[in-house]
Design a binder for this molecule. Sequence first.
Ligand SMILES: [Zn+2]
Ligand SMILES: [Zn+2]
Length: 332
Amino acid sequence: MARLVTGRPGPVLALRADIDALPIVEETGLPFASEQAGAMHACGHDGHTAVLLAVARTIAGMRDTLRGEARFVFQHAEELLPGGARELVAAGVLEGVDAVVGCHLILELDFPKVAVPTGAFMAAPDTFAIVIEGRGGHGAFPHKSVDPITVAAEVIIALQHVVARETDPNEPVVVTVARISGGTADNIIPASVELGGTVRTFSTDVRGRARASMERIVAGVTQAHDAGYRFDYVEGYLPVDNDAELAARVAAAAERALGEDALTDIPRIMGGDDFSAYQRAAPGVYFMVGARNEGVGAAFPHHNPRFTIDERAMENAIAVFIETARDLLAAE
Ligand SMILES: [Zn+2]
Ligand SMILES: [Zn+2]
């Protein structure tokens, strides 16, 4: 964290960028592609880092016209539960802070659009791990085994009932099995299969019921086939929930900086972000900066090996941050 203390009494504004990468082998072919095999900035956090560095440099140059304090928070481990934000809040980075603002460059939104949502708009991202415990044996004698592969297949399909048959269609929920492993050879029935994935919800109620339904389904399907199971569920970040009053000020700043045509609404996002941890400590706004542009090849989703952005989106993010700081910290 860096602090710009003006020495004049006034509010404290924290600006946050996440800095971490993902375990992906980069396939963009860009001249500045990752040189670390299996580490790629596939979510745009390198863009956030560059943006906040530029913002810090610019705001440092404006210090004579500002009051209060600006804090620049460069945060680790956004992609990894329980998240770096929680650790930084615990370490005191938001002590005395009156407002916290961050942004994400996103491919769901076309360049040069910007959105400043109000209220809860990013989901709670939970994770789960399931072990189906069968009894290993010879592939030619399935009756002498309990085959965890076929049981796992049923579990995967049945879990979608949580979404399609057990949750009010007006309530957003995602259950994704994203990983499955089991087996070593074509003629061996393995002893167990492991599944893992993510659950995304907005309401505490839906979250609790989804978790309970999942375990009931896993227990029922495995019991039906004489298998056992282990079920681990980890609650992730809280939903990102923008403070209405601060959102109005950031939106007005975005309009002044980029023109009123730049602002747009976006639907709720089932992705999550640990920016929500800051919002439990101070009023916070997370704004979305459109970075999609097929014309420059920026059309792949986040976390894809070919993910890239229209880099002009970074200039938009910088402009919104600076105008927001000017608005909140202007000396009398
Ligand atoms: Zn990400
Ligand atoms: Zn991200």
